[in-house]
Design a protein around this ligand. Structure first.
Ligand code: GLP
Length: 280
């Protein structure tokens, strides 16, 4: 796990956008796993800006979002498809057919969505880079505490803490969805590279549990410690409960000095080197 502590939430977005840009340059037809929530909004804004500057293109990219609410009215303001369209997709050159959500059609049994989504991810070649936020209770996607660490895409009932956190975003005439379809923890762990983003003091305990706590289903993000290529990008506030804060910064300076001596482009960065799965 590489922990990158930066000074502000804006810098979290910049550093994450640099990594996504490098991914897009390294593999223009890459498969991205994307997250919703307030945390990645600034990242998506930055990607739109870079697209408008001609720095990146999403023309060949396929995307798979982590999750979608269940039981929403079509075109609901709360839907994650709409969120992604507003913050990213509608402002770029991504092809509509390349955008995927674990959505349930009107008459469909929601329990059949997960296997189809898993198939689609696998058919696309697997996720090259997964962007994650983290819930205050340590959830990733909607994998709430106690989710199996090997879980796959499925229906999940939301935890009380999540319902409470998300209800703050509701308007008076809106009802909080209580269920969602989410990629499983096993699905997320299959991604070749993972970026976990967190900003603000209200995420500090969740980040500390993810990075330095025991691996446990009670804190789903902690499983990322067992992944080969995770970068955790946090601002100072979200890093404030990390015990090894100074060590992570020292490690980063050391790694940067190697990069400056031996080449700092995406092709020189081990993060982008072929993984064993790429060789299949
Ligand atoms: C939701 C999403 C998660 C997200 C989390 C944190 O529950 N399903 O993917 O990481 O919220 O959201 P925020 O970034 O708004 O704190």
């Amino acid at each position: 796990m590489e922990v990158m502590i930066v000074s502000s939430s804006d810098e979290v977005a910049q550093v994450a956008a640099d990594i996504l840009r490098d991914m897009l340059l390294h593999k223009p037809a890459c498969v991205l796993g994307l997250a919703t929530g307030s945390t990645p909004i600034a990242l998506y804004g930055e990607l739109v800006h870079r697209y408008q500057q001609g720095e990146i293109s999403l023309r060949e990219v396929q995307t798979f979002n982590l999750d979608e609410y269940l039981g929403l009215q079509p075109k609901s303001r709360l839907s994650y498809r709409r969120f992604m369209s507003e913050h990213l997709f509608a402002h770029t050159d991504i092809e509509a057919d390349n955008i995927h959500f674990p959505e349930c059609a009107a008459e469909q049994d929601p329990r059949t969505v997960g296997p189809g989504y898993e198939w689609a991810i696998s058919n696309a070649g697997g996720i090259d880079l997964q962007v994650l936020g983290i819930g205050a209770n340590g959830h990733i996607g909607f994998n709430e505490p106690s989710s199996s660490l090997g879980s796959r895409t499925r229906v999940k009932a939301l935890a009380p803490r999540t319902l409470q956190d998300n209800s703050k975003l509701l308007r008076d005439d809106e009802t909080q969805p209580e269920m969602a379809i989410t990629m499983g923890i096993g699905t997320i762990m299959d991604a070749r590279r993972i970026l976990l983003l967190a900003t603000g003091e209200h995420k500090a305990a969740a980040v500390a549990g993810a990075v330095e706590g025991a691996i446990s289903a009670m804190h789903p993000a902690s499983v990322l410690q067992a992944h080969q290529r995770v970068r955790v990008i946090v601002d100072e506030a979200a890093a404030s409960q990390l015990q090894l804060r100074e060590y992570y910064q020292w490690v980063r300076r050391k790694n940067d000095s190697i990069a400056s001596q031996h080449g700092g482009s995406a092709d020189d960065d081990p993060w982008f080197h072929k993984t064993v799965e790429d060789l299949d």
